[in-house]
Design a protein around this ligand. Sequence first.
Ligand code: ZN
Length: 273
Amino acid sequence: MTLIICIFNIPINLFGELRITYPIAAISDIHSNLEAMTTVLEDIKQRGIESIICLGDIIGYGPNPRECLDLVIEKCSWALMGNHDYACLYEPTNFNVGAEAASFWTRSQLEHEKDPKHRARRWKFLADLAIRKNFGNDLMAVHGSPRRPINEYVFAEDATTSPTKMQQIFERVEHICFVGHTHVQGVFTEDPDFYTPAELKNVYEIKSGEKAVINVGSVGQPRDRDPRSGYTIIHQDRVEFVRLEYDIDAVAEKIHAIPELNDFFGQRIKEGR
Ligand code: ZN
């Protein structure tokens, strides 16, 4: 049971976090894409959803790291550490040349903030990101996988090609574990199997006694050949997958105008890969 206290009528728990109430919007892999982020936040607001959680990779690849960080700080109840957040804070691990250059550029953007208060707030937020979280009714969240929370990918094909990996992952899941990292929405079941949102008609019904690992998708860089921004709504009894169109060309133009960001990052958001 979580003890809730109220300060100035804002409900917070003992960790100083905003209290979470259903439905919960789960966002992940924003990757400094401000246009996608603001589109998703507007949709969440329109639906009257008050609780937002972030599964990591707020920054990296995209042109607006400061703005995206500020929005997560302001709007999310809590956020998790992704491999790109870790890379900016400490060092890139297993990054390709382009991703590494983007990480160093992102770090320079945070370092060159003129206002010392803003600068300190963003670095502290990054340093305080959690590795995993338990929340709601028997739910947990990590960026990558329950086995290696920051860096391990759980790919759709693992359900058919890596049964041992999937078994070891499911051993660490009580009921439902939400992940991001691959930028591909969908549901892994213990069989093991993988279901795309299309196969589920965008809704997964939560059943007691049934385990699932659910990828909430990517706000700023989807990789399932559908370039629309993705996020997920968690209800008490079901999970709903959402996709939204946003101004991709505006983001690609910004990426192309920054020499340190590889042009490929602008191309891939147009193709959703
Ligand atoms: Zn990512």
